[in-house]
Design a protein around this ligand. Sequence first.
Ligand code: F6P
Length: 321
Amino acid sequence: MSKGLAILTSGGDAAGMNPAVKCCAEYAAQRGYTPYLIYDGLRGMVEDNIVLSSRDLLSGILHRGGTILRSSRCKRFFDFEYRKQAYENLQKRGINHLVVIGGDGSFRALNQFYHDFGVPFAGIPATIDNDIAGTDYCLGVDTALNVIRSSIDSIRDTASSFSRAFVIEVMGRHCGYLALSSALSSGAEICLVPEVPYNLDQIGARLKMEIDDGRRYVLAIVAEGTQMASYLTRWINDSIGMEARLTILGHVQRGGSPTVHDRVMAYKFSIAAIDALDAGLTDAIMVYRDGSYNHLPIHSVADAKYVLDPLLLRLAGPLGN
Ligand code: F6P
């Protein structure tokens, strides 16, 4: 039986996707697979944007941010008719294994595809949100945190020069991981995340005491999932009496050359993903948990909710009070 294996990146791009693509294709070839690359994520699978992998396509991509395979959020993939089209595109090339590098929405889509047509897949967690259940780490998080850290360091320069407060909104969708980690690593005074109840009265009392004690500027990190960034900026200005500005970091957080950590994690997840397919697993998601690499069946990832590290919550949670 031919062993064709195709790699795609899907959902929000994340630094580390490119080293993962490269490593998956190269290691799959070593294991006797014929590697293919699917461009434009699930949309490319439907639209037949699939090419045989080659050294040329994989050269010079390690250090690049985003994904050279490009990505998409493809609603059409919810329709059986389009999934069938995608299956036919794989079948005519003898592709009977898939590696998807993306978030849990992409894993669910591939699981549906597996149930429809029996094409086994392995998932590599990649999203700056770090919100996938069962894994402590998703590709792209370290790079995003470093982009955020560098931005906050710059904002601190102007905040301290002007004795102002800065509210900085970070991404994460419904997850507060980026906000909590960034608040801790940048020594922010306030951090609001969706998972932790916050209390503006208590924050206000604390800040007023600190201002009386000599604090001249304030940094507040707000997770986008709280939708509190604009309100908090006005509140600091009006209730605390400190001139406040808002910075929404936005998509800059998704860019940048992958850090060493993201490159090495990409390799480790990739080897594990190909090994999982080689071992005959059909719906394995790679996870990194408590310092070890493992894999979980899709249902234990898709049916569970990501839980924030309790120690991180203990350290940064009080910044919401
Ligand atoms: O999932 C990654 C992410 O960057 C989220 O943090 C953010 O909410 C969302 O994607 C933005 O999506 P889009 O790039 O489609 O605007």
